[in-house]
Design a protein around this ligand. Structure first.
Ligand code: ADP
Ligand code: ADP
Ligand code: MG
Length: 649
């Protein structure tokens, strides 16, 4: 076995890889950027080497510096983890060219599966069903529209080089096509340096089911069963489980066979995941399952497969890279029980999943669960990297038991000082639909149970909703850097709308974090804390969230209200609608944002990249850019002015 391995990654996955290396007596070398000076992976490794500034392009994505660190430390192999350079064929090739072992498939296999359209063609030739779609080299958008019309709407536009849920747009009809195309290809240019787009038939109630495969250098190739990853937000996974609930043995066998057909077609080596999409509008059957893409690396959710097979997939990766045969044959891999993983992310669910950044002042993680974490108290969550904080993994003899354990563990877990999605995760796994395994990728948007539209909401639900809306307004104002002085003396009305009925609640402030809400005879004192909203004596924050101009309360069903986002705007004198301001901190990418330029309503002026997500800033009306305050490619703070536009006309 290798004497030493360099881990070209950070966060929970770097820590996870170190654990297996320790057990196998392999020396570990961590690399870190300035932002990660005190990160846990640097402490766990036997040696840690600085590779550059916080910006990933200059550190975790810098091939030359990583190779230099490997050579300096005498590392015999490099594990790329996931994300960053893990699916970069040039990196894999450079590693090998330098006489170091790359822990992953050959560069050629990464390259073949790297572009989605090419991967689909290879899959189709191997006899794996793919979705109806279209892609040709250097195709005009007019031609692509013709093809979209032929396939029929809705369709999905996808960046050919895409990954991590980016560069994907749903197009519902012909009139949305060109605007959607322009936006998605710009996003793809920024994220992947490649504007090529393809179209694909959109599946309306899909489940994402994937198969773990493994191959070695001796022609052995096996599957390690399936995982369901249908609970997603923004086309990114949130909750994953193995095995997949509510599918027949026949469907499972079909998936394993299809995954192996593709793996065999490219002589695949190492760990890989073949992703499929299944139409779940009815019972899932083999005629309605299609290949999506193949990820040529260890997957974030590999843990649930480990839990039910009792295997260590990082160990398998190391053994294959060390030219050993797969430790087990297909017949000898058995599964037992059920496992579910939930991803805790630092994000403000209440305001459309905006990244949350700051110092962590408390870390409490469930004792009854497997925990993969790298965050310690007083670590800072910075805008440079992914929002994934930790993974909670529950395992039980049945799915029911795993859900119970996960629910219990989540309620005992907490990251203080920053906003996380823990409350949303609890809300999801508590719904009867999730418990029944009635899941699809639209679960969060439209599959939580709605109470009858005619049913009047209880007062407690209205108070919860209004408190969340106040929190939302305050969060926005904080980003606009104004004090809270206006709030003290003001009594305000919050208008919530549901089924065309308006509910007016009165809010009066004691101070910036404490206020009173009144509806009919009910008066409640509310307090905003980093942990959520406290109402009366009960912490009920996990039951409320705000998304766009909707507020949702989860209490025996999902109560949704709409509210006017501009409602409190007149209170904030500093806010002028002709200023372009970013609500999130991050890396600014200006798009033709030049002084004197005339822009039309909806035209994109800038993107802000934070934690692998992108936030678009568009012109609110037809106007002229009068002044640009920020520079391209610079780091900006939340609330920082980017540009000033001429007054609306
Ligand atoms: P998995 O299937 O392993 O869950 P994800 O789609 O969640 O994969 O991606 C794993 C990690 O890699 C995430 O941190 C994600 O943000 C990142 N990632 C994957 N592909 C890309 C990409 N092309 N560009 C940027 N980040 C990516
Ligand atoms: P990425 O490389 O970003 O992971 P994928 O092709 O794997 O891109 O798609 C990511 C997610 O987008 C899927 O898990 C699924 O939720 C959704 N998606 C992808 N293709 C389709 C489709 N044709 N119809 C409906 N949803 C889709
Ligand atoms: Mg994918």
């Amino acid at each position: 076995m290798f004497k030493s391995v360099l881990i070209a990654n950070r966060g929970e996955i770097a820590c996870r890889i170190i654990k297996t290396c320790d057990r196998l007596n392999i020396q570990t070398i961590a690399v870190f950027s300035d932002a990660d000076y005190e990160a846990k992976h640097t402490q766990l490794a036997d040696l840690a080497i600085r590779i550059g500034p916080s910006n990933p392009a200059e550190s975790y994505l810098n091939i030359d510096t990583i190779i230099a660190a490997a050579k300096k430390s005498g590392a015999e192999a490099i594990h790329p983890g996931y994300g960053f350079l893990s699916e970069n064929p040039d990196f894999a090739q450079t590693v090998e060219n330098n006489g170091i072992k790359f822990i992953g498939p050959d560069p050629e296999m990464i390259r073949l599966m790297g572009l989605k359209d090419q991967a689909k063609r290879i899959a189709q030739n191997a006899g794996v069903p793919v979705l109806q779609g279209y892609k040709a080299k250097n195709i005009s958008k007019e031609k692509l529209l013709e093809e979209a019309n032929r396939i029929g709407y809705p369709i999905l536009l996808k960046a050919v080089a895409g990954g991590g849920g980016k560069g994907i747009r749903r197009i519902n009809n012909e009139t949305e096509f060109f605007a959607g195309f322009d936006q998605a290809s710009k996003e793809a240019q920024l994220a992947f340096g490649n504007t090529e787009m393809m179209i694909e038939k959109f599946i309306t109630r899909p489940r994402h089911i994937e198969v773990q495969v493994f191959g070695d250098n001796f022609g052995n190739r096996i599957h390690l069963f399936e995982r369901d990853c249908s609970i997603q937000r923004k086309n990114q996974k949130l909750i994953e489980e193995a095995p997949a609930p509510n599918i027949t043995t026949q469907v499972k066998e079909f998936l394993y066979e299809a995954a192996l057909k593709l793996a065999n077609a490219i002589d695949y080596k190492g760990a890989g995941t073949v992703e499929f999409i299944a139409d779940a509008s009815d019972e899932i059957n083999v005629d309605k399952i299609w290949f999506l893409e193949m990820n040529t690396r260890l997957q974030v959710e590999h843990t649930v497969t480990e839990q039910i097979t009792g295997l260590d997939l990082v160990e398998w990766q190391l053994r294959v890279a060390n030219n050993e045969p797969l430790p087990l044959s297909q017949e000898r891999v058995q599964i037992q029980g059920h496992s579910i993983e939930a991803r805790i992310c630092s994000e403000a669910v209440l305001v459309g999943y905006l990244p949350s950044i700051g110092k962590v002042n408390k870390v409490m993680l469930a004792e009854n669960l497997r925990v993969e974490n790298s965050i310690e108290t007083w670590n800072s969550i910075t805008p440079f990297y992914d929002s994934l904080l930790a993974k909670l993994i529950a395992t039980g003899t049945t799915r029911e038991q795993a859900i119970k354990e996960l629910s219990k563990g989540m309620r005992q877990s907490e990251f203080g000082g920053i906003k996380t999605n823990l409350n949303l995760l609890v809300g999801i796994i508590d719904t009867p639909e999730f418990i029944h395994g009635d899941i699809n990728t639209g679960f969060l948007d439209d599959y939580l149970p709605f109470p009858q539209q005619s049913e009047p909401p209880p007062n407690s639900v209205l108070i919860l909703a209004a408190a969340a809306v106040v929190d939302f307004y305050l969060l926005q104002r904080r980003n606009w850097k104004t004090g809270f002085s206006h709030w003290h003396c003001h009594r305000q009305t919050i208008a919530l709308n549901r089924s065309n009925i308006q509910y007016d609640l009165e809010v009066s402030f004691f101070n910036s974090n404490t206020f009173k809400l009144r509806f009919a005879d009910a008066i409640s004192k509310c307090q905003l804390t980093p942990r959520g909203i406290f109402i009366g004596l009960e912490n009920v924050s996990h039951k409320v969230y705000v998304h766009n101009s909707q507020v949702s309360v989860y209490e025996t069903g999902l109560w949704e209200f709409s509210f006017a986002r501009e409602e409190f705007d007149h209170l904030d004198e500093s806010r002028t609608s002709n200023l372009i301001i970013s609500q999130v901190p991050g890396l600014l990418k200006l798009v033709n944002c030049k002084e004197g330029k005339t822009v039309s309503k909806g035209e994109i002026l800038a993107y802000v990249e934070a934690m692998k997500m992108e936030f678009t800033l568009a012109a609110p009306s037809d106007c002229v850019i009068e002044k640009v305050f920020a520079t391209n490619n610079s780091l900006i703070k939340a609330g920082e002015k980017i540009a000033q536009l001429s007054a609306n006309n």
